[in-house]
Write a protein that binds this ligand. Structure first.
Ligand code: SF4
Length: 255
């Protein structure tokens, strides 16, 4: 791959909004949504295909998007982020941003980088271990992924644990783990996942699954499921700080 290819990346959209998930919910961020993902999760609500152009919302919340040429260069992306002020951080999201680690390495932005990753690409994660200040790492439970064979399941779990080890919390970085919990989530799988990564994170977020395309305020969990997730939290609190936080941006309709 030539060096020029590392200075271009397929980016689906760029906008300014607030973080809708996890312990930094409500903080003001610029979002860079990269195209492409290496997984296929059953509950995925993101269209991460490469649309050929990049949607750019220059004025936050306006709903007015310019269609810019794609892929986008490191320099152009810097210019696009310029209008966004008072940012807590810049979210690298997707799809899977680690697929574009070589490009991210070259970014030179004034705000800290907040990586939102599925944590399954350790070699790519290593490239960014000195670059990112916040890591919102998913632990994708194997049962949540479509068409995964037993061998791949094992490798997937190993890779996830390795990613958390590489990007662990330290003096200059926060790293936390997000686990989506649905009606069919197995209690034991969550406990095993949490045990494996607890030492590397500041907290674990149990995120109740948001049904794809559901109307706002539709009851999402039955009483039994609410009880189950509270019980799960109680068990995980033995390991580390554990919070239950749903996707808040879906509640008030922001990006
Ligand atoms: S890792 Fe994220 S973007 Fe990729 S399929 Fe899963 S939910 Fe969708």
């Amino acid at each position: 791959m030539s060096s020029s290819e590392h200075t271009l990346a397929p980016i689906k959209e760029v906008f300014c909004s607030v973080q809708g998930e996890g312990p930094y919910v409500g903080t003001r961020q610029a979002f860079i949504r990269f195209s492409g993902c290496n997984l296929s999760c059953k509950y995925c609500d993101t269209n991460f295909a490469n649309p050929g152009t990049c949607d750019y919302e220059r004025i936050e919340g306006s709903g007015s998007f310019e269609k810019l040429p794609n892929p986008v260069s490191v320099e152009k992306l810097g210019d696009m982020l310029e209008p966004f002020k008072k940012l807590h951080s810049v979210s690298l999201t997707g799809g899977e941003p680690l697929l574009h680690a070589d490009f991210i390495e070259k970014l030179n932005l004034s705000s800290p980088l907040y990586l939102e990753s599925n944590m399954t690409l350790p070699e790519q994660a290593r490239k960014l271990s000195e670059k990112v200040t916040y890591v919102s790492g998913d632990f994708k439970l194997p049962e949540a992924i479509r068409e995964i064979c037993p061998e791949t399941r094992e490798l997937h779990v190993e890779n996830t644990i390795e990613c958390f080890r590489i990007l662990e919390k330290n003096e200059s970085r926060d790293c936390f783990c997000k686990i989506v919990v649905g009606k069919d989530t197995k209690f034991e799988t969550v406990i095993q996942a949490a045990e494996a990564i607890a030492a590397y994170v500041s907290c674990i977020i149990l995120q109740p699954e948001t049904p794809i395309g559901s109307a706002i305020r539709t009851p999402r969990f039955t009483q039994a499921s609410v009880q189950k997730i509270l019980k799960l939290q109680k068990s995980l609190l033995e390991l580390t700080d554990t919070r239950i936080i749903p996707q808040t941006h879906r509640m008030w309709g922001c990006l």
